[in-house]
Structures are given as structure tokens and as C-alpha cells.
Design a protein around this ligand. Structure first.
Ligand code: 13P
Length: 280
């Protein structure tokens, strides 16, 4: 069942665990994640960046592929199809019209006032279609989709202003996590995270889940994080397995065998993350 983010994230907030967002890149990614989450019987959010959607052929291709796979694979868990880092109202609208059940509008590169204006425009449209909206405040750094950004941390005041001014459903405050691989140890601002959580009723999202040590993930969940995004780590798990397969089978040319050789490593990584996020 394709669902929006509301119930699964509110349940996670109440139950003090985090729902995983695994980013998808192609059919195999989607299939592996859906199968393993069904096996574990947990709700999952499939994150799709604008670049990944373009790679797969567009939002409609992605939405129809996810729905068709869910039907063919008899997926019964709640699945949320979420646009990751939508860069404009038009992009979010396109994803919503194609059948996405949730979107992130990332207008965090703008001044707060403009961030709120764009975010609210997305919320008004999304809510009229029963689609949930995540927004970002401060700016999450690192590299994603070949775009590298510098971090700037969110403040409690800016979080309250954005949430009150836009009526979003979940918030990603930038608090030191980065996309992609960390240079050195992650340095998350747990104090502000807990403070934001105490002052807001909506679920909080942690981006840049790759490379954050288990103890920091657990601490983030105890400070109110209800959704954690993982992209790079699944790519690395898949890549390591495929590299090994190719070196052991240099004559393999069937793409099903080459791409498929990363399947078990991906599924093992999904299990590891789900266990750590204490999902139920
Ligand atoms: P990582 O690539 O660091 O796992 O981050 C994923 C993410 O935050 C997607 O928005």
C-alpha cells in the first residue's frame, strides 16, 4: 500500500524509533529494498532524488514502477514514495501529479523568508492531494547527486518560524550531518536536536545517515529523530559485492548476473540499518 508520511512517522515518533528512507536508483534497488522490508515487516520510505528520477526516465516511470512492483511482489507493508530534495514548486508538483505520496521541498539555499514562501506553496498543493511535505532548515552539506554543498546549522528559532509559517509534516534541521562520506568523525549537535524536538510536535528527519556511528544514530533517535535517510551506504555495499563478483567472474556479461550480484549485500545492509533504527 502506497501511503503518505503521516502515520508511519507519527507512529515512529510515539514509539521512539526511526523509519528508514532508502534512496532508490533503479529497478533492482527498488525490488531489493521492497523485498527485504516486506521480509522484516516494517514500513519503508523510498527516497528518489531529482537526479535518480531523471536517470530512471522521469517521475511517472518511478511511480508506476514502484506501484507495479508492489503489486507483482505482493508487498503488504506501508510504503511511502518520497521525492528527496525537491528543488522547486514545479518539481514537487510534477512528482505529486505522477503519484508520489510524499515530497521534500528543499528551499534551504534561500533566505528563511523565501524558504517559507516556497515551502508553503508546496504544502498547499501537496495537502490538497493528501501528500505529505518535508522541509529543510539550515543547510545540510556534503555531496549528493554530484552537488556539493557547505553546511550551516539550523537554529531553534528558524525551525519554529518555518514550521509555524508553512504547516509542513516533517522537518529536516541541518545539525552537522552531511550527505555522502564524512571527512573525519560526524559532529552532530544533539543539544539543539533535543531542544527542537521538545518545541515541535512534528517528526524530525536526519539526512546523511551514511557513516554516522551506531551510538550517534541511537542518540539521535533518543533526541527525537523519526526518519533516517540512507543512500551512499547501500551504494557502497552493492559496489563492493559487484566488484568482487566481476573480479571472480571476469567473463560475466549478463547484466542480470552483474547487477544482481550486489543483491544479498544490499539486503544485508537494509537489515543492519533497520535493526539499528530499532524499527518494529
Ligand atoms: P547519505 O548518502 O549520506 O546516506 O545521505 C542520504 C540522504 O540524506 C538523502 O537525502
Amino acid at each position: 500500500m502506497l501511503v503518505n508520511g503521516n502515520k508511519i512517522l507519527q507512529d515512529a515518533k510515539k514509539g521512539k524509533y526511526a523509519v528508514p528512507q532508502f534512496n532508490i536508483n533503479n529497478l533492482e534497488w527498488t525490488k531489493n529494498i521492497l523485498e527485504e522490508c516486506e521480509n522484516l515487516n516494517i514500513a519503508v520510505i523510498l527516497g528518489v532524488s531529482e537526479g535518480a528520477a531523471k536517470y530512471m526516465g522521469g517521475y511517472k516511470v518511478v511511480a508506476d514502477m514502484v506501484k507495479a512492483l508492489m503489486e507483482e511482489l505482493n508487498i503488504t507493508i506501508p510504503v511511502c514514495l518520497h521525492l528527496d530534495h525537491g528543488s522547486s514548486f514545479e518539481s514537487c508538483k510534477k512528482a505529486i501529479d505522477a503519484g508520489f505520496s510524499s515530497v521534500m521541498i528543499d528551499a534551504s539555499k534561500h533566505e528563511l523568508e523565501e524558504n517559507i514562501r516556497i515551502t508553503k506553496e508546496v504544502v498547499d498543493y501537496a495537502h490538497s492531494k493528501d501528500v505529505t511535505v518535508e522541509a529543510e532548515v539550515g543547510h545540510i552539506g556534503g555531496t549528493e547527486d554530484n552537488v556539493t554543498a557547505t553546511s550551516s546549522n539550523a537554529t531553534l528559532e528558524d525551525c519554529l518560524t518555518l514550521v509555524n509559517g508553512s504547516n509542513i509534516d516533517s522537518l529536516a534541521p541541518a545539525l552537522g550531518s552531511v550527505h555522502g562520506l564524512y571527512k573525519g568523525e560526524p559532529n552532530l549537535d544533539f543539544e539543539t536536536m533535543a531542544e527542537i524536538n521538545e518545541n515541535l510536535s512534528i517528526p524530525l528527519v536526519l539526512h546523511g545517515g551514511t557513516g554516522i556511528p551506531d551510538y550517534d544514530i541511537k542518540k539521535a533517535i533518543s533526541c527525537g529523530i523519526s526518519k533516517i535517510n540512507i543512500n551512499t551506504e547501500l551504494q557502497i555495499a552493492w559496489h563492493d559485492a559487484v566488484k568482487k563478483f566481476i573480479s571472480e567472474n571476469p567473463d560475466a556479461y549478463d547484466p542480470r548476473k552483474v547487477i544482481g550480484s550486489g543483491k544479498e549485500a544490499m539486503k544485508a545492509k537494509v537489515r543492519e540499518k533497520v535493526e539499528m533504527f530499532n524499527n518494529k
